[in-house]
Unconditional design. Structure first.
Length: 632
């Protein structure tokens, strides 16, 4: 044990790293040669470990507080031996003896574990750790064990749907490493995944082709891998998981906490994560004024004291020191204030530096994510992928088995009906790749056949995405001036989407029919908000805020290139009215707009001369004038 400021243990770490460098030099190898040799070995031998350049660099640095995993060390030694044999380097076989290396590794592990033990007499006993973890596991099961379906259910189905346990329906998603920063509608991404080919450039708006080429290169180089396997690897000790709204980021965080708390037979293979304790930090709560400038340790102590959703501070420090903690910082995108989000990111990086033996996972939506802080801190990045056909089928089988209690024939029939709809209907298939939307499909499909009732699905999906998910499930509010917020609060998002769908489809057909230029979009929404009584300047602010919400929070709009927008899911183009239908017009009210309406015709948009060639441009709408809210 180090009694002189850690010099003895620092020397042991450095000596071990020197031995590894000497082995590399004796084999006549460079770091890149070791990576290449391990990759070849992994391709030939099942279970063999492929090393990355980052892993080799860290292994040779000799500064890690925790000893490297044995499988990493064994792969390094074997890669050096293979390179020496391939090049004929005169390195004696005894240098590559795994038994010797195993003994040295064990000695290093014991020394570093001793270093991690505090000398202040406050280390908890094994019994105290076990009791604290058991109590925490019980609270995890109580809090996150069941899916919160209330926010997803139609109003006439509230309270009637059977309870669903998360672990019983969870389907492990895939991830790709280091995703490119591109944003495209799902239709284009799915076509690229299914065919491997790029669409006709003439049918794409400006900027989309370059983004698709960048995505195609990434897909060719980075295959889809199981997320739990990836998170257990050495390269993912500090990881950021990016995903679209509804992609399952928070669900994965809770599943990890539940599975690690349960340790029940039949659990998914967690690999190197299996002996950890999952601790969730919900960043939307940490961003509250009383916490955002405190340490995460202080916040977790409060969570333990008030809710039991952490272990006591002394046990937490023990788990962090000894590498038994998996800390998941969930929902960085839910910190709306850019300064607070930047501060939260920096504090996560500092937390990881304070506790180098802990595994750290950060989740965030892609849009608005800034990666500089995490790149500088050595975090790796992964992107959650849409569910494939096999994963969709697994989910629907499990869902209906649980929701059709005691009726296996009904469960099989409903699962088969939904799976057929996913296979036969491109719009349904496009939605089903998103776990949140797939859950809505399963809920609606329990009562109505799909795709016959796909408009009902779209209505419920739009309601959840635009009105319920952030406010009711996440309890998030965006800061806006009161006058603008009052109007946006009562604004019918479905009506807005109908208007946008008409505008987009007034342009050219095909893929290009799903886009509108940013200036046209803002003009359309500004005029719409002025009909609600907002003056021009506040209406402009409100229009920009609404575009931001629909893109960044609601997962309704995507942006091609710089200033062209389209629906994330082309299916929402069907969320529109025929030319003879009506839309609601607000009646005069007092103070805030009242929820009472009169109706007037909703006209067909017409394209004026001089439109932009690649997108729907200036539109003429003979809309009725709305009465402004009374100020009396």
């Amino acid at each position: 044990m180090a009694n002189d400021g850690g010099k003895t243990d620092e020397s042991a770490r450095e000596k071990f790293a020197n031995r590894l460098r000497e082995l590399r030099d004796a084999a006549g190898a460079k770091n890149a040669d070791i990576v290449a040799a391990s990759t070849r070995s992994a391709a030939r031998t099942a279970g063999a470990r492929a090393l990355t350049a980052n892993t080799v660099t860290r292994l040779l640095a000799g500064r890690a507080v925790k000893a490297p995993d044995w499988d990493v060390l064994a792969a390094y030694v074997q890669a050096c031996r293979q390179h020496a044999r391939h090049t004929g380097a005169p390195a004696p076989d005894r240098l590559f003896d795994l038994t010797t290396w195993k003994a040295e590794h064990t000695a290093l592990v014991r020394m570093l574990e001793a270093e991690a033990t505090p000398t202040d007499g406050k280390e908890p006993t094994r019994q105290e750790v076990r009791a604290a973890v058991t109590a925490y596991a019980e609270r995890v099961r109580e809090t996150w064990g069941h899916l919160d379906l209330e926010v997803l259910l139609p109003l006439d189905d509230q309270g009637r749907h059977p309870a669903i346990r998360l672990r019983e329906v969870f389907v492990e998603p895939g991830v790709r490493a280091d995703p490119p920063p591109v944003e495209l509608p799902r239709e284009l991404v799915r076509r690229l995944v299914e065919s491997g080919e790029l669409p006709d450039p003439d049918h794409l708006p400006r900027g989309a082709l370059d983004a698709l080429k960048q995505l195609q290169d990434a897909y060719d180089q980075r295959p889809v891998r199981r997320v739990l396997q990836v998170l257990g690897e050495e390269d993912a000790r500090k990881a950021v998981l990016l995903g679209d709204p509804g992609a399952g980021k928070s669900t994965l965080a809770r599943y990890l906490a539940l599975t690690l708390a349960g340790r029940q037979p039949g659990s998914a293979d967690l690999g190197a994560l299996a002996d950890r304790v999952g601790i969730i930090v919900e960043l939307r709560q940490y961003a509250e004024p009383q916490w955002c400038r405190q340490t995460y340790e202080d916040f977790l102590a409060h969570r333990q004291d008030q809710l039991g959703l952490c272990v006591p501070p002394t046990v937490l420090r023990h788990l962090l020191r000894t590498g038994r903690a998996l800390v998941i910082f969930d929902g960085l995108d839910e910190v709306f204030d850019p300064k607070i989000r930047q501060l939260a990111s920096e504090q996560i990086a500092a937390f990881a530096a304070r506790w180098p033996s802990a595994r750290i996972v950060v989740t965030s939506r892609v849009i608005g994510y800034k990666r500089h802080v995490f790149d500088s801190a050595g975090f790796t990045h992964y992107m959650l992928q849409d569910l494939d056909g096999e994963q969709i089928a697994a989910f629907t089988d499990r869902w209906y088995t649980l929701s059709c209690v005691g009726d296996t024939e009904q469960a099989a029939r409903l699962a088969r009906r939904l799976q057929d709809a996913v296979r036969d209907s491109r719009p349904i298939r496009e939605l089903a790749g998103n776990p949140l939307l797939l859950t809505i499909l399963a809920i609606v499909g329990r009562r109505q056949p799909l795709p016959k009732d796909r408009l009902g699905v779209y209505r419920q999906a739009v309601t959840v995405l635009t009105a319920q998910w952030d406010q009711q499930a996440k309890h998030l509010e965006i800061d806006l001036p009161p006058a603008i917020k009052d109007v946006l609060d009562v604004l019918d998002r479905g009506e807005v989407l109908m208007m946008l769908a008409h505008a987009m489809q007034a342009g050219t057909s095909g893929i290009a029919g799903n886009h509108i230029h940013g200036r046209d979009l803002e003009d359309l929404l500004r005029t719409h908000l002025q009909d609600y009584g907002l003056p021009p300047a506040p209406a402009t602010i409100g229009a920009r805020a609404l575009v931001s919400q629909l893109r960044e929070r609601n997962f309704i709009l995507a942006r091609y290139g710089s200033e062209v927008y389209g629906f994330v899911h082309r299916a929402f183009l069907e969320h529109r009215l025929p030319p003879t239908s009506t839309i609601a017009t607000p009646a005069p009210g007092r103070g805030r707009l009242r929820n009472s309406w009169t109706t007037s015709s909703f006209p067909t948009p017409t394209t004026l001369p001089g439109t932009r060639s690649s997108c729907c441009s200036s539109l003429s709408w003979s809309r009725p004038t709305r009465q402004p809210p009374s100020t009396a």
